[in-house]
Design a protein around this ligand. Structure first.
Ligand code: NIG
Ligand code: FE
Length: 410
């Protein structure tokens, strides 16, 4: 007898297109592969999906009650390891103080660096666990998570180790030592860039603490040249690059992504048509972070209606972080992608599942519902997928299955 059956689903979003390899771009960006019926799961894997599936016997049967069933969300951009929070900055920004001004006053990323350095390993581990519980509750079964509030060799290592603790949410780790220049290096930027290139990234790679490296390329943070230098150094030790690119102005980050062969360029509010075409040609995925755009109340939005016809595949992330995106919710992110970034709900769901799996290079195992894949499946209390973009401020996910195990009970 098989382990688990989901039956009576109103819509199953398989998030896969027969004979087409993801990431999905252009017209396929909105292709959900909708079917109905059931999903059969055995030994942690999917064995069948569709109208014929789920009729027989199983150790456990879940009735989807006509609801929507889809792959667990993959959140391909988070900063999930931090201590404390920066709630006071929200009201400062509401009074008109900009994110960059708050940073100049010693708030922003640097205040989270002080808090992380002051936290014990135990406190840091507990904070990560709390964050991961919230991700799981809202249907996220895999995240990419960056360090970047440590910014010393010890504190970057501590951060990445905290992200390595056991939890049903799978965590793909990225070293973001290039998040900003820490206070003790304020007058010696070059020395900090060297520390990142020569010590932090090599040590992280040697200890197997991350798969990727990342930098925040932005005026007042790291320049085009510094960003490229750090990403090349990461690449040389086997950490594939990702980049925070062209978020607050056009700094050229998308072009660095192409040059260094990054897997993703993230934020990309200011990406031009030329940038989008170059990224598509270089195989760089565009990662959109509408929650950060919303919290910063940014007027500039990524030009999705230009990017999608250009054939640039798009993925979505929460950007979960204490400054600009205090949310672990992919359903909210989908809503914001529709409202702020003019995506269709279907495009946003593909961006939050299979394309996001590509953005962490796990598409062979997660991100879609098809036989042989890992059984990361979520059930929602809506009867049509459009509800994922429409309802907001509540959690539509009631049951979460990770590697074939029910980890959130409806
Ligand atoms: O992705 N852009 C840079 N880093 C984060 C914000 C980090 C923070 O403010 O703590 C982001 O938005
Ligand atoms: Fe970020």
């Amino acid at each position: 007898m098989i382990d688990l059956i989901i039956r009576n689903a109103g819509q199953i979003l398989t998030c896969t297109v027969p004979d087409e390899d993801p990431p999905y771009a252009g017209a396929l960006q909105g292709e959900l592969g909708i079917t109905e019926g059931g999903v059969e799961i055995h030994k942690g894997r999917i064995v069948a999906v569709g109208p014929e599936a789920g009729q027989g016997r199983a150790h456990r049967i879940i009735n989807a009650q006509g609801g929507v069933v889809l792959p667990g969300f993959v959140d391909c951009h988070t900063h999930a390891v931090f201590a404390g929070n920066r709630a006071e900055e929200l009201e400062e920004r509401a009074r008109g103080v900009s994110y960059e001004e708050i940073t100049r006053r010693g708030g922003g990323i640097l205040s989270s660096v002080r808090a992380l350095r002051a936290a014990s390993d135990k406190e840091l581990g507990q904070a990560v666990m709390r964050h991961l519980d919230a991700f799981l509750d809202m249907g996220t079964t895999t995240i990419e998570a960056k360090s970047g509030y440590g910014l010393s060799i010890e504190d970057e290592i501590r951060s990445l180790k905290a992200l390595g603790r056991r939890h049903p949410v799978e965590v793909v780790r990225t070293c973001l030592a290039g998040h900003t220049v820490p206070e003790e290096f304020a007058d010696q930027r070059e020395a900090y860039v060297n520390l990142v290139c020569k010590r932090i990234l090599p040590t992280v790679a040697e200890e197997g603490l991350a798969d990727y490296c990342d930098v925040f390329c932005e005026k007042g943070v790291f320049s085009f040249e510094e960003a490229q230098q750090m990403l090349e150094a990461g690449k040389a030790v086997g950490l594939r690059p990702r980049i925070h690119a062209d978020q607050l102005r056009r700094t050229g980050g998308c072009r660095i992504a192409c040059r260094v062969g990054a897997i993703t360029a993230d934020h990309i509010e200011y990406a031009s048509r030329g940038d989008a075409v170059a990224m598509k040609e270089a195989g760089v995925i565009g990662v959109l972070l509408p929650a950060a755009n919303h919290v910063l109340d940014q007027a500039q939005r990524p030009a999705t209606r230009m990017m999608i016809p250009c054939g640039l595949p798009l993925a979505l992330g929460t950007d979960f972080n204490p400054g600009t995106a205090p949310t672990q919710s992919m359903p909210l992110t989908i809503h914001l992608a529709v409202v702020r970034f003019q995506m269709s709900v279907a495009e946003a769901i593909v961006a939050a599942t299979i394309n996001a799996a590509c953005a962490v290079e796990r598409q062979g195992r997660i991100g879609s519902l098809e036989p042989e894949k890992q059984a990361d499946v979520i059930l929602c209390d809506i009867d049509d997928y459009h509800g994922l973009g429409y309802w907001f401020g509540r959690n539509p996910v009631h049951t979460v299955i990770k590697k074939g195990k029910v980890v959130v009970e409806g």
